[in-house]
Design a protein around this ligand. Structure first.
Ligand SMILES: Cc1cc2nc3c(=O)[nH]c(=O)nc-3n(C[C@H](O)[C@H](O)[C@H](O)COP(=O)(O)OP(=O)(O)OC[C@H]3O[C@@H](n4cnc5c(N)ncnc54)[C@H](O)[C@@H]3O)c2cc1C
Length: 324
């Protein structure tokens, strides 16, 4: 059965974010011949729409109004409502981002429907949409089906594959109203300087924990990431390591840190507490290095190395360098 999908897109430096492209791809798989509309708001939105058509969108609703550049939920909600009126969606998809976390429940409330947050799997089950999301700090997965329409879902980055780009694809565009008066003012913005590959974008994440014993331990972790490739691997840390001041809190992985879903997650001297696993259990493959064979992390790891990281990492780094 055809289903109209509306994706609430986001821009980064004038281009749709990778998660927007993934959501448009997921939307086009679920639409079954229905429309796949995307909203893009802020400076450069109209030009950025062109990138969404090869990714599966059939319509783009945009506004270049620079007042949308900084996310203010009341302004964005009004714009999404306008697009909603034009698209008549059966399904609304947003990223599990600052934008989605705030807009999804508000939009669902307005339309007397339900919002499922932080979904990692979306499926059509005989016309009913089923979504799966981690629960209990990532220790279990729960599957929900929507009893009301439209279904509103926020989706975890990198949980959906983009479609094979359709070269030369084009679609309809329509302009959304400029931003109205904002009820909230942004009074300051602090930019955390992060060099190189960002944690959430990295195909490989190498994380270190309290078992490293000191901040110096992170030198070996960084060396391992560098050997894998500066364009492939980023360094993360457990909360215990961040709380000790050994690594910047911006790199913390877990329930109260970043959620990462890389192809490969290497946990070095991390016990695997549920709050840490909440941030990395969606990784495609986990390798754990820990001197305690009973460490919880081994339950989630596909490959495990029992040993002192000081002995395990140097030959591993040398072998990776030699193989390059
Ligand atoms: C509300 C709440 C939110 C939280 N949010 C987060 C979060 O977002 N992220 C997070 O990480 N934690 C979070 N925590 C903390 C979490 O419960 C754990 O305390 C924390 O993850 C432990 O970090 P760790 O694994 O580095 O340290 P530990 O649990 O101390 O584990 C260290 C590990 O290193 C191993 N080890 C020691 N020496 C070596 C060696 N030489 N070589 C190899 N292995 C060695 C040990 O065997 C051990 O398994 C949260 C806790 C609460 C209550």
């Amino acid at each position: 059965m055809p289903r109209n999908v509306l994706v609430v897109g986001e821009l980064s430096e004038g281009a749709p974010t990778s998660t927007t492209i993934e959501l448009v791809g997921a939307g086009s798989r679920l639409a079954g011949g229905g429309t796949v509309a995307v909203t893009l708001l802020g400076n450069g939105a109209a030009a950025a729409a062109a990138a969404t058509f090869p990714a599966g969108a059939t319509k783009a609703f945009t506004s270049d109004d620079a007042n949308y550049d900084q996310f203010r939920s009341d302004q964005w909600l009004a714009a999404v409502e306008s697009a909603f009126g034009l698209a008549s969606p059966d399904l609304v998809l947003m990223a599990q981002s600052l934008v989605g976390r705030e807009l999804a429940p508000r939009l669902a409330f307005r339309h007397n429907t339900a919002a499922a947050m932080d979904c990692v799997h979306l499926a059509d089950d005989g016309g009913t949409l089923k979504v799966t999301r981690p629960v209990y700090g990532g220790n279990a997965l729960a599957t929900f089906s929507f009893a009301t329409s439209p279904a509103v879902a926020t989706v975890r980055a990198k949980s959906q594959d983009p479609i094979e780009p359709k070269a030369g694809a084009s679609g309809e565009t329509a302009e959304l109203p400029a931003a109205g008066e904002a009820r909230a003012a942004i009074i300051g913005r602090e930019k955390v300087e992060a060099e190189g590959l960002q944690l959430q974008d990295a195909p490989v994440v190498v994380s270190g924990g309290r078992g490293l014993g000191s901040p110096d331990g992170f030198k070996l972790v960084e060396e391992l990431a560098a050997a894998i490739g500066k364009d492939k691997a980023a360094v993360g840390a457990s909360r215990a390591a961040c709380d000790l001041g050994w690594y910047p809190p911006s790199q913390q992985v877990g329930l109260t840190g970043k959620v990462v879903t890389p192809d490969l997650y290497i946990a070095v001297a991390i016990s695997g507490a549920s709050q840490h696993m909440a941030g990395c259990s969606g990784s495609k493959t986990i390798i754990a290095i820990n001197k305690d064979p009973e460490a919880n992390i081994f339950k989630s790891a596909r490959f495990g190395i029992v040993g002192d990281y000081r002995q395990v990492l140097p030959p591993l780094i040398a072998a990776i360098k030699a193989a390059r």
